[in-house]
Structure formats: C-alpha cells, structure tokens
Design a protein around this ligand. Structure first.
Ligand code: CCH
Length: 290
C-alpha cells in the first residue's frame, strides 16, 4: 500500500499552530485529569498506538489513515484507556473539521510532548482518512511481558534498530500504568508529566524487585512506588540495549535529539512526503507569551 501525503489544501503554519494552541490550552484547563497528571501522557500514547500498527513488509497500518477513530481498531484490549485521549480530541476535530484524523492524533502527541518540556519536534501534515477496511487485525501492539529478544523482534517490524528502540522507550517517563486499563500498576517516576531522561536514570540507579501486582501480573517495583514493565526492564538486561541506556542517562541532549528523530520517524512510518511539504515547527504556549 502506498500512502501519499496530501496536506489539507490552503493551510499554512499559522493554521496548524492554531490547532496546537487549542490542544495545549485544553490540556492546561483540564490539568486535573488522572490525579493531576493531565492529558499530555495519554495523548503521546495515542499518537504511538495510532502509528503502532505499521508493518514494513507490506507498508500497511501506521498513522496515515487515522483508523484509530474506528471501534474495530480502538477496541484492542491493549489500547484500554485511550478512549480518554480520543474523547479529549473530539472537540478539537469539531473546531477544525478539515483536519484528517491521522494528522490530529499525531499533532496531539507532538503538542503534548513539547508542552511537557520535550524536544522541538518537526511535524508534517498530509495524512488522509481511510475506511474501516484498512484497519489491520488486532495483534500488532506490543505486550508488556516480553523480554529483550521479544522487543528487538517487535520493533524490527518498523525497521527500528537497537539505539532507536532504546531512545523511543524513553517515552515511558511520561504518565503511568493503570490496573483497570492494562493490569499494571503505577508510574515510572514521581514526575508523571515532565519529559526528561529520568527513565534511564531510574532504570540504572534504583533497586528493582520483580513482584506480582494486584492483577497477578509481574512488574518491577522500586521504593517510592515507581515501576517498570518487563519490556522496559529488558533494556538493562540486554548488553546491546544497556549501552544506550547508559548513554541517555548521562547525556540528556543526546536523548532529546535521538528521541525527536525516532518519534518523527514513528509518526511518519509508511507515508511518502513530497519534497515540497515543509516540516512545521511549533512554538510552545510559553514561547508565545514572550
Ligand atoms: Fe507504552 N505503555 N508501551 N509506549 N505508554 C503504557 C503507557 C504509556 C508498552 C506498554 C504500555 C511505548 C511502548 C510500549 C506511553 C508511550 C509509549 C501502558 C499502561 C502499558 C502497559 C497503560 C495503562 O494502564 O493506562 C509496551 C509493552 C511498549 C513496547 O515497547 C512507546 C514506543 C511509547 C511512545 C513513544 C505513554 C506516554 C504511556 C502513559 C499513558 C498514560 O495514560 O499515562
């Protein structure tokens, strides 16, 4: 399947910055969500799941068709909790009905990432809504029980290498696991809504104990109530991954720059962008106050 980017006609950086601002303002006014974490993390997760169906072997899935809007896709048990993100974005779509859903879901993630202190992330428009027949069968999302070889094999479907996988999983500094959604319990850090390289610092510096949680799933716990999934912990169990965990724990700038690159790659997987489609760089709300 070829996915050719066709940006919304006649729209400029200013139009997309307006959408960015609407999302960012709504995040601010609804900051009480999830015991004060706010909507940022769940928006980043939605951008991930709406891209995570990608398969390089036939170029199917990915963010292009915006198919997470269909129950058929969103009902995957591994996506529980993401209805909060799509409900958050519904009124944004009503305000800007010309925007495709794939562009909405990916722009939501980019907005959240930047507003939570993450790297400036260039974003390109042009995803086009496709029909329910383009929803891939469930089974393309990762399971948290996996070890390092599971993780490596999983991300090979996207064509991502070890360095890219470690950088990308640094997103698990944001938000938390919820027993009622995934059967895992707790945040990855005390700060659930500040983007940083602390995921790697925590992996290396804390004392982790493998324990059974209230849903009978095994997770790694440390003092202060923070946790790691088995797939997160796999990054320190595998020497090839561990090398990059150490690098990113030591070098926040390297992490920010590598995370930005792999996150952009994830959101654009499978889409052909014409050279004339300029990457857009958005100002944060803070920067616009100056
Ligand atoms: Fe994740 N993630 N994720 N994840 N994820 C969960 C929550 C978040 C896995 C499992 C889970 C990525 C990769 C993986 C976020 C971003 C990314 C949860 C808890 C599980 C389970 C859901 C709940 O209970 O609400 C697994 C397995 C992988 C395999 O690699 C990638 C990649 C990204 C982004 C780039 C974010 C953010 C959250 C927090 C959501 C929230 O609601 O707080």
């Amino acid at each position: 399947t070829l996915h050719i980017a066709r940006p919304e006609k006649g729209k400029t950086l200013a139009d997309f910055q307006n959408i960015y601002n609407s999302i960012a303002e709504k995040m601010k006014s609804e900051s009480a969500y999830d015991d004060g974490t706010g909507y940022g993390p769940v928006l980043v997760r939605l951008s991930w799941h709406s891209s995570a169906t990608y398969d390089k072997n036939d170029n199917s899935g990915g963010s292009y068709g915006g198919t997470f809007r269909f129950k058929k896709e969103a009902s995957d048990v591994l996506s529980k909790g993401l209805e909060n993100a799509t409900k958050f974005l519904d009124p944004i779509h009503s305000e800007y009905p010309w925007l495709s859903h794939g562009d909405l879901y990916t722009l939501g993630g980019v907005t959240a990432l930047q507003e939570l202190g993450g790297p400036k992330t260039p974003w390109r428009p042009g995803r086009v809504d496709t029909g329910p027949e383009t929803v891939p069968a469930h089974g393309r999302l990762p399971i948290p029980e996996g070890n390092a070889s599971y993780v490596r094999n999983y991300y090979d479907r996207f064509g991502f290498n070890d360095q890219e996988v470690v950088a990308l999983l640094g997103a698990h500094i944001l938000g938390k696991t919820h027993l009622k959604n995934s059967g895992y319990d707790g945040p990855w850090d005390d700060d659930t809504n500040i983007f940083s390289n602390e995921f790697f610092g925590n992996l290396l510096e804390r004392k982790w104990t493998l324990e059974k949680n209230a849903a009978s799933n095994m997770q790694y716990n440390a003092k202060g109530g923070i946790m790691m999934l088995p797939t997160d912990y796999a990054l320190v169990q595998d020497p090839k991954y561990l090398k990059y965990v150490k690098k990113y724990a030591d070098d926040q700038d390297a992490f920010f720059s590598d995370f930005r690159d792999i996150y952009v790659k994830l959101l654009e997987r499978g889409i052909s962008f014409d050279d004339s489609i300029e990457p857009l760089v958005f100002k944060t709300l803070k920067e616009q106050l100056k």
